[in-house]
Design a protein around this ligand. Sequence first.
Ligand code: FAD
Length: 398
Amino acid sequence: MSRMNHQDTGVTRSQTVDTVIQELEAALGASCVSTDPGELLAASHGTWPVEAKLERLGRLRSQTPRCIASVASATEVGAVLGIAARHQVPVLPLGGASGIVGAFRTAPGAISLNLRGLKRFDLDPVSMTAWVGAGVTVQQFEDSVQEQGFTSGHYPQSMRLATIGGMVATNGAGTFSTKYGRMRDMVQGLEVVLADGRCITTHLGPDASTGPDLNHLFIGAEGTLGVIVAARLQVWPAPACRLMTAYAIPSPERGLEALRQIVVQGLRPALVRLYDEAEAEGLWRAVDAPPGAGLLIIGQDGRADVTELEMRICREILKGMGVEHAGDAVANHWFAHRFDWVRIPEWNDRAGGIADAIEVSAPWSRLPAVWNATREAIAPLCARVESHVSHIYHVGGS
Ligand SMILES: Cc1cc2nc3c(=O)[nH]c(=O)nc-3n(C[C@H](O)[C@H](O)[C@H](O)COP(=O)(O)OP(=O)(O)OC[C@H]3O[C@@H](n4cnc5c(N)ncnc54)[C@H](O)[C@@H]3O)c2cc1C
């Protein structure tokens, strides 16, 4: 048996690699524990642009997990966490690896806990909720509920890769978050395995004055407080109508004030995307419109009569602010191409490539100043800075 350098691996107690792996193989079956170098390398990073560059430089090879344990049930998750706790080995829950904050680089030598085999799906059409396994991708979930006349309302741009467990663990927000909410709003219950291997189910009533809501301990905690094995999510009747339109925006300040006015008037368009001039450029060019202005895309869905009325009121608000309507073509183009990531690997293949993508949020009173200050802070570091607001709330946006 080979002894590893514990300082290098992050392992805190004297032990051998083989003991941990042997126990995992006994619990899960040898075929569910991988030490294949290529698979370990793939499990050592997400989709953060910085990781793409480090991988090209060969600098992720020394930071791989010790093994990947693939599980298909809460009991198996409990078994892995029990072994890890006994040997004091870190565990990194692995969903679709679409995360963009470098979460998998923190504990080389850890057990990578592959949750993609957790595939439960169980819809309650009367209560409009569904139990979904952590390993179901967001796209698979949407396809499953659509087959039964519903929508999840959750359409992040990474939906073909990201899993439900990953989305809950990062408090993810989809592109239609203004109407449907983010994960924090959608979760109606969780099944979670704690570090000691116990499986708990949080309160499942619609809502009640029964003390702190335990769901909020785990939503956004990135697996630090427990491994999510399934989530009970609310679903919505599939919308009968979906409308998209666009406005040319003279300045970010005017665009942000327009969004604030929409919220003040009590409207919640499902989709809101306010692009600065730089990020709007490619979208304008794609529909043969001259670049040079910012772009606001607004989308709404639901009953046709309500949707049309809300879109009309938004248009009146924007007209009252002197904002020019730019037709539907550019909005429909964005919608049709919203899952194209073509530019990202392309840009990362060039010197420099994409430096990073960061989310910044601020209350309405500070949002224009924060938008400008963020751009100014980044400008000396990058050849090009693109910014947009894509989630708005009662009190501000991000
Ligand atoms: C092109 C692109 C577009 C994106 N668009 C969006 C977007 O619109 N909205 C958005 O919110 N995000 C977006 N993201 C970011 C990413 O998709 C989300 O953070 C997503 O939630 C990650 O899910 P995942 O299954 O890939 O999780 P992973 O990347 O595998 O994991 C993310 C974190 O969650 C932990 N984790 C994973 N599964 C579990 C679990 N079951 N229990 C406990 N912890 C767990 C991991 O340990 C890690 O810390 C985008 C990313 C890319 C690359």
